[in-house]
Design a protein around this ligand. Sequence first.
Ligand SMILES: Cc1ncc(C[n+]2csc(CCOP(=O)(O)OP(=O)(O)O)c2C)c(N)n1
Ligand SMILES: [Mg+2]
Length: 700
Amino acid sequence: MNAIASAAVDSPMTSAQLDQLSINCIRTLSIDAVQQANSGHPGTPMALAPLIYTLWNRVMRFDPKDPIWPNRDRFVLSNGHASMLLWSALHLTGTRAVNAEYERLGRPAVSLDDIRHFRQLGSKAPGHPEYHWVSGVEATTGPLGQGVATSVGLAIAEAWLANRYNRPDFEIFGYNIYAVCGDGCMMEGIASEAASLAGHLGLDNLCWIYDNNHITIEGNTRITFTEDIAARFMGYGWNVLRVGDANDIDRIEQALEIFRKTKGRPTFIILDSHIGYGSPHRQDTAAAHGEPLGEEEVRLTKRDYGWPEDAKFLVPDAVREHFADGIGARGAQLHARWTELFAAYRSKFPELATEIELMQRRELPAKWDVGLPVFPADPKGIAGRDASGKVLNVLAQNIPWLIGGSADLGSSNKTTLTFKGAGDIEPGTPGGRNLHFGIREHAMAAAVNGLALSKLRAFGATFFIFSDYARPAIRLSALMELPTIFVFTHDAMGDGEDGPTHQPVEQLASFRAMPGLVVLRPGDANEVVETYRYVMQLRHEPAVLALSRQPLPTLDRSKYASASGVARGAYVLGDAPGGKPEVILIGSGSEVSLCVDAHEKLLAAGIRSRVVSMPSWDIFEHQTQEYQDSVLPPDVTARVAVEQASTLGWERYVGRSGRVIGMKTFGASAPLKELDRKFGFEPERVTDIAKELLGKGKKS
Ligand SMILES: Cc1ncc(C[n+]2csc(CCOP(=O)(O)OP(=O)(O)O)c2C)c(N)n1
Ligand SMILES: [Mg+2]
């Protein structure tokens, strides 16, 4: 007798029958949701339902009543197209919603109605897992490979938190990170970078479960993916396990137990599965990946499961009860014990407890900005990257949970934390402050996301040009609304002799096009200070900092306006005597001092010039119209913008009658001075163009 039938005659079910009923419930919810939406991915949820069931109901430390309890296990669905697995799990476990202010709302994170409206506007069961939209989602996934790479950051964070905050008899942090992935994730380069880093660091709190179904969209993986993946992960230093039957939940549980006992290295479980399991005509085919089964096949599949063929979105009470008895009871108990422990911890270690509480709300400690440098006026000046290094070292001492590092360019990016006791995060020293990401920019950015998801303040660094290698993860940072910090140095032609392979041109424009990301390109050392002051207070937005390699003059702030104007995105640095300018020069970064030079020359020539420093379009766009008009008065149409980058977009600030001095090509290999001459970044060119716009000079 099948499980549903036995439920119908009301005889008590065995626990094996309840297991099977729950698994089939995940399967049929997934099938029905995809069928109803007429879009989505049914096959992998059908295959992985036993895994998700086992992991959630038997293993994970997770309290459905409080999905943001800090000491919960983290679950990342890296094959995000199988999102119905997660929506089923969140629904069947009765996981409750929280809001952006971390308040618990009581209502379900994912209701049955949300599942009925899978992939529809407003539903809490969207196409792919979205952090910040659905409670219980630990990371936004969908771009394959991102989830597993993010999980490495989650694992680094757990080890760091445990190291800093645990005390004898007070295990405040002690959780695991599970990531489920498929062939696509394993083929993406970012997964290799991340696995290599995790293996190096020996992250034994990290478990990846690989859905080895031999199917991707174009068919069987024999046409694309034939490597020995077990050997590959052994090479990375992982503990590699295999479960030969995705329906064998006892074996799955056993493998997960081996993971929990394994010390000193991460675990990789290869799970052999059949996509579309149970569908008579779709199992093991690529069609099961991304197409609804069709009404008739749905019926046949349900028959195979012993499920009522015509029932839709059926959740037997016994399934809800079974999850309540499993993860519900276990999670509540673990959470209650932790709450008690934390109360005792708070009275014994009040300062540490306060840190944890601040961090959870993404707040900063008191006096976080004490001791920030003030740079005296200096025509020779200091490089953006050097000023940044000084500021970061002050901030990191004030904010104990600010950690980060570079992709092997720490000495060039000046991001190394050098104060006493800063230390490195390396195998055996998880509590350091400096991460060495190695030459793995993409995994670095994803790991930084994982750190931020764990509520640490985290930064990653490389040359601005190589942000291209990290962009997909930075995009997810913006999509997830994480306060990550990306420190990109060598921001323009300052790379000089390295030539066009190393000279960013279109990167500024492309980051400015990314919604929710704050891009800042400070113009001198004091603007660097103000940049960090602004960025550190962000709670829901990532920031990209574009910093110079070469020294920039430190402006005399008794003559020019205060650098605190950075917080408004753009500000009037210097003006015509008495205001009322006839021409406006606008610069960012290394071109600010160039504009200041040109401005002085214009004033000397009797031209009423204004010079505007514009470190951030994004911030400026959020100011009132009144403020924006006060900086760029609409009636002053003679405007020149100067930036060593693609000119794309500057029209919005210079208007139809203004001019932009920027880059139209990829640059060249030569000393910076020669490049400045070749590409026209000289004060005389700026003044010539300004005069031309005013009809006062020769045509340039
Ligand atoms: C970076 C990226 N490239 C392409 C896609 C489109 N895509 C979604 S699923 C998929 C196939 C994934 O195959 P696999 O991971 O084996 O998933 P399965 O079909 O076995 O569930 C592709 C190419 C994507 N989501 N992300
Ligand atoms: Mg596959």
